[in-house]
Design a protein around this ligand. Structure first.
Ligand code: HPA
Length: 280
């Protein structure tokens, strides 16, 4: 694992490289995309795409459905960066390296972050195609992006997560989003290591400990976002019934396809979230 000083240096170098390449001010809002979701469904103005491989130190994704491109542009009157190409703990990188992008989004000037993912629905009303606002999470990864030596430049050593997801942001959008009739529930997201899907017994266990949906991502990004002071909005696209809760078996193709199918209303929701994001 890289040490804290190298991490800070890498974030700094990545920021300098992007600032040299992109004209104008940095983003106010960052958006991290889940499986099968892309910037293409968002009405971005003045979009500039930067492949992840061209951003120094940013790890490139290895998973189908995660396109490694950062798109800078304007949405709902705000400067945004849409970070496509999430990396997961199961890809083998340390969480410290895997969440460098979150630190970079903050270093570029953003105040707010929207994290999205595809998740399996555990609670019966969370059927495929539903969107779930993440109200809280269960970190079952057995790991944290804050593990390792510490340096004050990273933020606090002990991060408070009492309100990991910005409650005021949600209060501003819940009425209008409800009126869009896209079915936005709320719930607790459990992050499991994967990459295998869960067993039905594991899903029963997750339900008992308070999980409404299950996935393999997002939580490390939220932890780092809170450490660096980004306001966070989390949203799961329920792509399938969790193991043992639906008719058949689970496949990654199904997850990616559900993302693609949900794109139209997902774009509308994200645009509204950006409009109402708490930026300074
Ligand atoms: N389990 C874990 N991760 C997932 C699932 C699931 O059912 N669906 C999408 N990502």
């Amino acid at each position: 694992m890289i040490d804290a000083a190298s991490l800070s240096r890498r974030v700094h170098e990545a920021r300098e490289a992007l600032e040299a390449r992109l004209p104008g001010e940095g983003p106010q809002v960052g958006l991290i995309l889940g499986s099968g979701l892309s910037a293409g469904s968002l009405p971005l103005e003045d979009a500039v795409e930067v492949p992840v491989e061209e951003i120094p130190h940013l790890p490139a994704p290895t998973v189908v459905g995660h396109r490694g491109v950062w798109t800078f542009g304007r949405l709902a009157g705000r400067r945004v960066v849409v970070a496509g190409g999430r990396v997961h703990r199961y890809e083998g990188l340390s969480l410290r390296e895997g969440t460098l992008g979150v630190r970079l989004i903050r270093a570029l000037g953003a105040d707010a972050l929207i994290v999205t993912n595809a998740a399996g629905g555990i609670r019966p009303d969370l059927t495929p195609g539903t969107l779930m606002r993440i109200r809280d999470y269960l970190n079952l990864l057995g790991d944290s992006p804050l593990v390792g030596d510490h340096d004050e430049s990273l933020g606090a050593r002990f991060v408070d997560l009492t309100e990991a997801y910005d409650a005021a942001w949600w209060e501003r959008v819940r009425g209008p989003l409800g009126a869009m009739a896209v079915g936005l529930g709320e719930g607790v997201y459990a992050a499991c290591l994967g990459p295998q899907y869960e067993t039905p017994a594991e899903i029963d266990h997750l339900e008992r400990i308070g999980a409404d949906a299950v996935g393999m991502s997002t939580v490390p990004e939220v932890i780092v976002a809170r450490q660096v002071g980004l306001a966070v909005f989390g949203m799961s696209l329920i792509s399938n019934a969790a193991a043992g809760r639906g008719d058949g078996t689970l496949s990654h193709d199904e997850v990616v396809e559900a993302g693609r199918a949900a794109m139209a209303h997902w774009g509308e929701v994200v645009t509204h979230l950006v409009r109402e994001a708490p930026v300074g």
